[in-house]
Structure formats: structure tokens, C-alpha cells
Design a protein around this ligand. Structure first.
Ligand SMILES: [Zn+2]
Ligand SMILES: [Zn+2]
Length: 383
């Protein structure tokens, strides 16, 4: 068994896929060309593919079955880009890592048994498709789920924050702001009181909590009392339970803002909620061991949770990891054009080498080592 040889044989194909995704960045749920490219590649290696799963047109499930008993290994691909900055989160790499690992492991399962699944998971940056996948049974027949994200440096899979995306639509009453201000109800004032209330709440929350928002509608003209005003917030914390508690408090603040101003409010979720990421340590340790042996770059311990991702929801239903493959540039910032450009350099190619081989080798280990799969599952049952 030489995974390195398998990798060398497809290296150029993988780099081409990453570059093509980079050249044609598509926003969440519009990644049609990206999906086509990935599906075509997987089909050329005999994967059976179903597109449009969980009612998401750019989602897909690609599967190769050995026909022999054994675990099912899933690699998750993201391929959505960001408005204005293309693949500034490097999801072209994530997709390349997943299909590369899938194609390599697929060449071994006829011998060792089991099944390889590559899941196409759209719109991570907005309303991630891994949420409905986690809710609708996509992972029911899957034993482990793995993905790797690009980053400035490599690090182990760690925690990520649970998150709610709350929208507050306040309605007041328009009036001439100078001639008859007493006849108006100022919806913008309610938004401002919402911000003030949340800022007061900040003093009494644990350190891991992040609440951050913008005003998306704040009136039409200074001479008109704003009849409609809207704010959007992300509320994040280490655990889902705390996010739910904070959500209740923030809703009360919004109601309070209505009492203060006479406005009314409608509260909704403007994007899907993400759960916190629980790394499966047994799975992560295996991956990290391979990453350290395949990569020329250091692999750092997991960093404390700062962001959120729909992989968190996956980790609640199946043993999961979400480690980072470094681009050999400490301090490189996510969601920038610099990050996007870095993905198509030799350092990006090195990240593809490191992540693809580590993912494939981890999958191989799980299939051939029953004790490892047992340890992973036991840890998951106790989480
Ligand atoms: Zn991102
Ligand atoms: Zn990302």
C-alpha cells in the first residue's frame, strides 16, 4: 500500500481542480459549476453520485462501495465563495482535499472493504447545508465525517462556537420629523435601544460569548421618523445551551426596546443556526499523527474556539474532525483576497498534499483497525 504513489498519480488533477474553483468563485447555493466539476471528477473514478440532496440544488452525495463489509468513511467538501473576495476562505482547497482523499481511499476499499462517501455541502458561509444533512439522516449510515480547512498554519481539530443568526424587524410609524414628531413612532430608536441593551448584557456573560450585529435598515431620510428599522445579529458561545439562554435574553431586550419606543418587533432566524463543534479526539489524534508525518510544516495544538461552522452540527450526530492545513504564512487572515491568492501558490499545493494524504490515511486506518473505530465510537457515545 502506498498512498504517496496514489497521490502522485492524481496530484496534477487535484491542483487543477483547486485552481479552477479559484478562477470561478460561486456564492453559497449557487455553486453549480463547482459542483459539476467535482461530480465529474468523482464519476471518472466510478463514484455513484446523487445531486440536489436535502433540497439543496448544489449539494451532492458521491459514493463508492466495495461490496465488502466495513465502515463508511465520509469526506466533506465545501465550495462556496465570498462576495467580492472569491475564495478568501479557501473552500476551493476544502473541496480539493475531500475529493482527493475520496479518490485515493476508493482505490483501496476493494481490497480492505468498506465504503467511501464524498459529500458536497454548499453554503457554509451563510446557511450551511450540513444543517439539514445532520437533521435529515444523511449521516445515518456514515461512521466518521472528516474535513480539513485551509489556514495560515496547520492545527489540530478543536472546538467551534454554537451560533444563532437573529433578525429584528421593528415597525413604528412615519411622521414629519420636525412638523409632527409627536405623531411618529421611531423604529430606529428601538434598534438603538436593542444595541444599548445588548451592550449592557455584555458585562454579564462568560468570556466565550460573542454578540455582534449590524443595522441593515435605519430609515429613508432624516426628515422622516423611521417607520421600519432592522438589525441582524450573530450570537455565539461555546455551547448550544448558552446560546439559547442568551437568545432569550436578547429577545427580552428587543421587547424592552418596544416598550420604550412604542414600536413592535418581529424576530426571526435569518440564517440556519450552527451547533458547537465537538472534536472526536481519537479520530483527531490519528489524523494529526499522519499530518505530522506527511507535512513539512509544524502542526500546532487546537486553537480556542473563535468562529462557527456547520461542521458543528455534523459533530453532534457522527464522530467528526475539522482540522486546519497550513499555508505556511503565520498571520494570514481569513476572508481576504490575500488568503484566496495564497491557495493557488506552491504552499497551497503543499497543503493539498498534506491534507489529502492525511485524510486518506486516516480513513484507511479506520477501515483496517477495528479497535480504532471502536475507540472513536465509544468516545462519541460518551460525548
Ligand atoms: Zn469563512
Ligand atoms: Zn471557511
Amino acid at each position: 500500500m502506498s498512498l504517496e504513489k496514489n497521490y502522485e498519480a492524481i496530484q496534477n488533477e487535484l491542483i487543477q481542480i483547486s485552481n479552477q474553483l479559484y478562477e470561478n468563485p460561486e456564492l453559497g447555493d449557487q455553486e453549480f459549476e463547482s459542483m459539476k466539476l467535482l461530480v465529474k471528477y468523482l464519476k471518472s473514478y466510478d463514484f455513484e453520485v446523487e445531486t440536489g440532496i436535502v433540497d439543496r440544488p448544489t449539494a451532492f452525495r458521491a459514493e463508492y462501495t466495495s461490496g465488502k463489509p466495513g465502515p463508511t468513511i465520509a469526506y466533506l467538501a465545501e465550495y462556496d465563495a465570498l462576495p467580492g473576495i472569491g475564495h478568501g476562505c479557501g473552500h476551493n482547497l476544502i473541496a480539493t482535499f475531500a475529493v482527493g482523499a475520496g479518490v485515493i481511499l476508493r482505490q483501496h476499499v476493494d481490497e480492505i472493504g468498506g465504503k467511501v462517501v464524498v459529500l458536497g455541502t454548499p453554503a457554509e458561509e451563510t446557511s450551511g447545508a450540513k444543517v439539514p444533512m445532520s437533521e435529515q439522516g444523511t449521516f445515518d449510515d456514515i461512521d466518521v465525517a472528516m474535513m480539513v480547512h485551509g489556514a495560515d498554519v496547520s492545527s489540530e481539530s478543536g472546538p467551534m462556537l454554537a451560533m444563532d443568526a437573529l433578525q429584528f424587524d421593528f415597525t413604528g410609524k412615519a411622521a414629519h420629523a420636525a412638523a409632527s414628531p409627536e405623531k411618529g413612532i421611531n423604529a430606529l430608536d428601538a434598534v438603538i435601544q436593542l444595541f444599548n441593551g445588548i451592550n449592557a448584557l455584555r458585562e454579564h456573560v462568560p468570556d466565550d460569548v460573542r454578540i455582534h450585529g449590524i443595522i441593515t435598515k435605519g430609515g429613508e431620510a432624516a426628515g422622516i421618523v423611521p417607520a421600519e428599522a432592522t438589525a441582524q445579529f450573530y450570537i455565539r458561545a461555546n455551547e448550544r445551551k448558552l446560546v439559547d439562554e442568551l437568545g432569550a435574553k436578547v429577545r427580552n431586550i428587543a421587547e424592552g426596546a418596544c416598550l420604550m419606543t412604542g414600536a413592535s418587533v418581529e424576530i426571526s432566524n435569518y440564517e440556519l443556526s450552527y451547533d458547537n463543534m465537538i472534536t472526536n479526539q481519537a479520530l483527531s489524534d490519528t489524523f494529526t499523527r499522519h499530518m505530522k508525518s506527511y507535512s513539512a510544516n509544524p502542526v500546532y495544538p487546537a486553537v480556542p474556539a473563535t468562529g462557527s461552522a456547520d461542521m458543528g452540527n455534523v459533530s453532534q450526530v457522527v464522530p467528526s474532525i475539522h482540522p486546519y492545513a497550513g499555508l505556511n504564512e503565520p498571520g494570514l487572515v481569513f476572508h481576504t483576497t490575500e488568503f484566496a491568492e495564497k491557495t493557488i501558490t506552491p504552499d497551497g499545493e503543499a497543503a493539498i498534499h498534506d491534507a489529502v494524504l492525511s485524510l486518506a490515511h486516516t480513513g484507511y486506518d479506520i477501515i483496517v483497525n477495528k479497535d480504532l473505530l471502536h475507540a472513536i465510537k465509544e468516545e462519541f457515545e460518551n460525548q
